[in-house]
Design a protein around this ligand. Structure first.
Ligand code: ZN
Length: 98
């Protein structure tokens, strides 16, 4: 949830701007802020939330598309869609005639 003023901050249950950002541990100090939807009322500077989200997306990409020689652990496909073809041994196709 985006918080841009004192009224929104108070309604969200954040008593003051001295609460510390969960990412960089510095005081919130100014707006805009991002309030996490989880139960512990984690608050982030907007820039820190972007950095955290980017790190999570990068980690997720590695998780979903690991570098060789690791195999893909999970494949995300919509219900009813054909599963993606995953080449078992990409090097096996090198030098193969056409
Ligand atoms: Zn921060």
């Amino acid at each position: 949830m985006l918080i841009v003023n004192d009224e929104q901050r108070l309604r969200a249950g954040i008593g003051s701007l001295s609460k510390r950002c969960q990412y960089c541990c510095k005081a919130e100090a100014s707006y805009p802020l991002i309030l996490s939807d989880d139960a512990r009322l984690a608050v982030y500077h907007a820039a820190c939330a972007v950095e955290l989200a980017t790190e999570i997306m990068v980690d997720l990409y590695t998780f979903l598309s690991p570098p060789a020689p690791y195999h893909q652990l999970f494949v995300l496909t919509p219900p009813g869609a054909a599963p993606a073809e995953v080449p078992a041994h990409p090097q096996a196709h090198e030098g193969a005639g056409e």
